[in-house]
Every structure is written in C-alpha cells, then in structure tokens.
Design a binder for this molecule. Sequence first.
Ligand code: FAD
Length: 333
Amino acid sequence: MSNIKDYKDVWVFAEQRGGVITPVVLELLGEGKKLAEEAGSKLCAVLMGENVKEMSDTLIAHGADKVYTADSPLLKNYTTDGYTSMMTEMIEAYKPEIVLYGATHIGRAFAPRVAARVNTGLTADCTKLEIDPEDKKLKQTRPAFGGNLMATIICPDSRPQMSTVRPGVMEKAEMDSTRKGEVISVDVKLAESDIRTKILEIVKSKKELVSLTDAEVIVSGGKGLGDPSGFELLKDLADSMGGVVGASRAAVDAGWIDHSNQVGQTGTTVKPKIYVACGISGAIQHVAGMHEADTIIAINKNPSAPIFELSDYGIVGDLYEVVPMMIDAFSAI
Ligand code: FAD
C-alpha cells in the first residue's frame, strides 16, 4: 500500500473539447502554480484526447512544468468510462498529491468516479484553495448550506487531495511562450470494450449560449423586469457596452431567459470588469456569483435593496427609465 509521502506534485486536468482548451484550465493552472510553490512541488497538466500533443505547448506556456498526454482515438471525445479509467491509471502510476478539475459538466461527471476508484475524497465546487503552512495539507473552501456559510475541508489521510473548482473564480495563469517543460506520453491500455458509451453524433446546441465566464461586461436582469420583453432592452444596453446579458434565478425560473444566462450559486460565477444589475434585489445566492466584478452598477426602485450594499454605483429608479438613458449615452460614445 502507498504511503502518503509517496505522493507529490500538483495536477491540473486539462479539459479540452474539439482541440480547444476549456478556459477554466488556465484558471486551474494559475491557482495550481501558487499551490505548487506553496507545497514546494511541480505543476503538471493531464491532457487526454486524440492528437492532443500540440496543446502541450499552450499548457507549458501557462505554467505547467510537465504535461502527461494520453493520446488515443478512444479518448477523442469525453466518455465517463474512458476518462475515469485513464485518470485512475495515471494517478495510480504517478501519484500526484493534489488533482484539480474544473467544475464543468465533464469535471463534475468524472472526478467523483475517479475519487471512488482511487479511494480518496473530493471537494466539489471549491472557490478558494490554499496550503496550510503548518501541515502542508490542502485547505479547500466551498459554499455550503445554500451559500450561507463557507466550509473549509481537508482530506486528512488519503491521497491525492482532489477538488473541482468553480469556473470564473481563480486568476488565469499568465502566458510566457518562452517557458520550457517536459511532455510525457502515457501508454493508453484502454480497449473499445471498456467504454460502454458509443458516440454516434455530436449535435451542437442551436440556441445561442452566452459565455458569461469570459465576458468583460455583463448586464443582468431580475424579477424587477416584470416580463420577458425586458431582456430585449437589456440586450440593447449590453450591445451598446460590448457585453452580454445575464440574469437572476428568479428571472430564469419565471421562464423569461435560458438557464445558461443565470449568474449565481447555482448558475455561473462571473468576474467581469463591469456588472450592471437591473431589477435584482441582491440575494446572497446571486451575490455569490458576481461579487468579484471590478465595478458593480445597480439599478433598483427600492433604495433599501441589498444590492446597493456592494455596488460601486447605485441608481435608485425605474429601470425602464434609467436603461434607455444609458443606451443613449453609451451609443453616443
Ligand atoms: P427579487 O428578489 O424579486 O428582486 C426584484 C428586485 O427588482 C427588487 O429589489 C425590486 O425592488 C426591483 N424592481 C422591481 N421593479 C423594478 C423596476 N421597474 N426598476 C428597478 N427595480 C425594480 N438566485 C440567483 O440569482 N442565482 C443563483 O444562482 C441562485 N441560486 C440559488 C440557490 C439556492 C439553493 C436558493 C435557495 C436560491 C437561489 N437563488 C439564486 C435565488 C435567490 O435566493 C433569489 O430568490 C433571487 O436571486 C432573486 O432574484 P431577483 O433579485 O431577480 O428577484
């Protein structure tokens, strides 16, 4: 049986889709670098797919000291069986001390299965990670009890320590294309019969999904819009500011806008330069997803709305009067 001391290095699961690295990976590399420095270990990335080697350079440029690549047609598209088996094998062979995954659909699906296979713990949806300076254990913080308190969790006596990390929370790693790193090709022993899922076709969603995570400006609407047509007005404001439209859960639950637009604890965590909250009260679960925006502008009829407590600029008024004035002003720039 392995000893805890045999485990070293910080690993980042480098999720890619169709040869494009998912944005959260750069955030994991940024955070992983910090943890590796604190732990005195190396930062490594794990890349699975078909013909993925070229992406190793991007991962090295963003801070990875080593990239483990598992290249096979069987790993071309994500399957739970394939990715779980491959990651399990790699962990057993190389023994990382920490493994970070993005809390994306893929990360959330296979990280718990890997944890069960290698008999360790997993903290899901972390928003803060740090190494305890005394005992060098990973302290993993995540919202708990509906976002009403933050829980800090450690994995006392099994390894690796594993976390899924909420996208949009950690700082992205800076790029340095002169960095050098090592690329290690891992033998893929998977057989077709190991994978129970057969992918017949990949159909891209027809609806226009917003990329809230990458947006620099977000104009969000809440229940205060009164009806779905209010989002057309917000879209005009977002367009005039070069941004995208977000929403509160109340607006999503009312069926006024798609869930992919939802900001907050059960939606997307965002960190734009400007966040405009229109007709949003500022419930803790909404705030959990947007409080790290550089500048927050709130428009609300109610001067006591909690959203004003964290706003940099607060406008007390009817959004249907204020937003058209803002559109005129931004369109004139
Ligand atoms: P309300 O709270 O109803 O606020 C509407 C606001 O609009 C009011 O402040 C009102 O003064 C203002 N208003 C009304 N008319 C106008 C007008 N004409 N002009 C200007 N202002 C006006 N919520 C999220 O947003 N994201 C989440 O991810 C999320 N996750 C949750 C998870 C859990 C487990 C739970 C329990 C709740 C979650 N919620 C989440 C719901 C959250 O608690 C609130 O219910 C929700 O955020 C309220 O949305 P709202 O601010 O749009 O609506």
